[in-house]
Design a protein around this ligand. Sequence first.
Ligand code: C2E
Ligand code: CA
Ligand code: CA
Ligand code: CA
Length: 278
Amino acid sequence: AKEMGHGQLRLYDHVFGESVHNRLQLSQDLQKALENNELFVVYQPQFDTASLQITGVEALLRWTHPELGPIRPDVFISLAEQQGLIAKVTDFVCEKALQELESRTLLHRLIPRLSINVSALDFEGSACADAFQQRFSTLKDWSFIQLELTETAIMNNFENTRRVLDRLRSANVQVSIDDFGTGYSSLNLLRRLPVNEVKIDRSFIRDIPRSGESSSIVRTVIAMARSLKLRVIAEGVETPAQIRFLQEENCDELQGFYLSKPMRIDALEAFCKSYVPE
Ligand code: C2E
Ligand code: CA
Ligand code: CA
Ligand code: CA
């Protein structure tokens, strides 16, 4: 996570110049954005591979800066992590997503699952379990919620993360390992954690079925998930050839631009209400 932080810092410096003032300015702007509704959530549907029914949505955060325009989420998320704002960001996403989906009664019926991205830092500190408790307190059935964590986030703080995840699991919250295959996870890690789902990283999906190497990695991850009785989802699906491959290999679920881009709540509602699987 530290290394990633540096990489993203460089990217940020590249965009905004070397000035420390700019970095401080942008984090102050982010703090204001949290209060002023400059942040919003978009939702990307996920689909059952065989039936193409909607199985859930992933919440993705967006920030349109008043002067700079859209800021990339990986940039402002790493800024939020560095500036101690990540808990507030996670609060915001949970509250906004639950409120938007519930006010339109999309939960359960049309959208069986809401996936939320969380950071390693969401699992640090003695108050973090209570923070999750608070975020979902308006929700009767927590099995509707899934948290997405990367392997790196888990390895960063394994014992604490596992303890909090165990508590959330016993309250029926689901857990997905995001960007699977890019970190250091092993079968052992998956066995020791309360996980429901693995999400195969886009970098492997991009090259199937053309690349033999990526194809075998994808097959292997699907077989491994199957043997551990975990759901497996492919992210970054952009072509019919990829879908055919994933159907043949019995990948459980699909997510990607070919099926649907991330949408604001109005567009999501319209999409769900008019969607008919092919
Ligand atoms: P991620 O969790 O791996 O999210 C998937 C990213 O892939 C999203 O980018 C999504 O828009 C993009 N994507 C989806 N389908 C396709 C496709 O078919 N092709 C391609 N090329 N891309 C696709 P986005 O929204 O820019 O998010 C980037 C990263 O920022 C996320 O990666 C996640 O790590 C982080 N992020 C976004 N929202 C949040 C949030 O609310 N909280 C936290 N902690 N992190 C977030
Ligand atoms: Ca994710
Ligand atoms: Ca991912
Ligand atoms: Ca990713």
